[in-house]
Design a protein around this ligand. Structure first.
Ligand SMILES: [Zn+2]
Length: 412
């Protein structure tokens, strides 16, 4: 009854239209509040963008929706606040985008549903739900020409609980779904996906997702000095000398890589790079064979490396890590970290030709497994790090920031 919508029940209708205005760019700030609930939007739109919003005040509740479509640079921020809950949503796009969203909100409850697509040079969708008992945060992105996002999410919050459900696909990879949502909602886990793809302009792009359910806000990532830059994901392997055992699933090995031994050798060399920079034994020696798949629905506690035929031919590789929300020394506890390499991509084992050097990618993805984030700033000290977010050719050594980061997490 509360959210049934009928013309007879309307007390007030407010329509916003901003269509193809011939100005360089247009912005719009909009807010409405009633009866202990408020919705505000801050829109920074390209002039090619059409935006249509509808707001209905009804018995002290707010129904609010928009349809937006355009290209260029667009940013849409929306906040819903009620009694001891809040929902924030951010869409930030450079390229084509479309977004249909609707919000139903009262003082006690809000649900924000969106179908958002973005393609082009960069796209980001971030949605956060905050209650008195928990917070759920989800951010998903691509950065590099030719990437795409396809997000269908419902973000809900009351004083008693916060939830994000639905699906998020980035470059055709399902990074979030209702299975993952259900596991995160149990309050114990977070999930991180970090990938790399070949951009249409000849460069390399990055994509990923981070989703976590929190009891309370955490301190966020730590960063290193500018001369030795690093960023932390917030998780690490919390067992002393974790001896992380990696597995290789050979089921989908591309025919171009006939020698499985060269794959294992490259991964072992990558393990050795990180192991040599700390006194802890980070990785177990040797790679075991497995038929287990990467853990898309729930952690299986096997760290599986696998070639897979990904639907997006430009995606090179990604790491996905499940972590527990329980902390040791302020860090979440990594549980299961898988790495996927796209069979549709050309791989090499010496960095020759125009193909991607397998060992460089394996070393980078293992940095994610261990708890390091990509570096995006294009200063010279960032570019020399293994965790630099863009592939710049073969790398066989860690940079000073990679070492500082791994020692921050596991000691010198
Ligand atoms: Zn990365």
């Amino acid at each position: 009854m509360r959210w049934r919508y009928s013309v007879r029940m309307l007390y007030y209708t407010f329509v916003l239209l901003a269509f193809l205005v011939g100005a360089p760019a247009h912005g719009l700030d909009f807010s409405v509040s009633t009866n202990g609930v408020s919705i505000s939007q801050d829109l920074q739109l390209d002039r090619s963008t059409s935006f249509e919003g509808l707001t209905v005040l009804n018995h002290g509740n707010i129904l609010h929706g928009h349809d937006a479509m355009g290209s260029g640079d667009n940013k849409l921020l929306e906040t819903v606040k009620g009694h001891r809950y809040q929902i924030d949503n951010t869409i930030d796009s450079s390229g084509t985008f479309s977004s249909t969203a609707s919000t139903a909100a009262s003082a006690d409850f809000a649900a924000y549903s969106q179908d958002t697509r973005a393609g082009g040079d960069a796209g980001y969708v971030g949605t956060d739900a905050i209650s008195s008992n928990n917070e759920m945060h989800l951010g998903t992105y691509f950065d590099g020409s030719g990437g795409n996002l396809d997000v269908h999410l419902s973000t809900g919050a009351t004083e008693g609980g916060a939830i994000i459900s639905g699906t998020a696909n980035v470059n055709g990879i399902e990074c979030y779904n209702d299975d993952i949502s259900g596991i995160l909602a149990s309050g114990d886990l977070g999930r991180s996906v970090d990938g790399i793809y070949s951009a249409t302009n000849g460069g390399v792009g990055t994509f990923g997702l981070n989703a976590v359910n929190l009891n309370a806000k955490t301190s966020g990532t730590t960063s290193g000095a500018t001369s030795s830059p690093y960023l932390l994901t917030g998780y690490r392997w919390n067992t002393k000398n974790p001896k992380i055992q990696l597995y290789l699933n050979k089921a989908n090995h591309p025919s171009s890589i006939s020698d499985v031994g060269s794959v294992k050798s490259a991964i072992i060399a990558s393990e050795g790079l990180w192991d040599a920079s700390t006194s802890q034994a980070l990785f177990a020696s040797g790679i075991k064979d497995t038929t287990a798949q990467v853990s898309n629905k729930a952690p299986d506690y096997l760290n599986v490396h696998s070639f897979m035929p990904l639907s997006d031919a430009r995606t090179i590789a990604y790491a996905q890590t499940w972590y527990s929300r329980s902390t040791v020394g302020g860090y979440y506890s990594a549980l299961d970290s898988d790495v996927v390499y796209n069979t549709k991509f050309g791989w090499s084992f010496g960095g020759s030709g125009g193909s991607i050097d397998f060992q460089t990618i394996a070393s980078h993805e293992l940095g994610h497994t261990l708890g390091l984030l990509d570096l995006y700033t294009s200063d010279s000290s960032s570019k020399t790090q293994m965790m630099y977010g863009y592939y710049t050719g073969q790398k066989r050594t860690l940079g000073s920031g990679d070492k500082a980061g791994i020692q921050k997490l596991y000691g010198a």
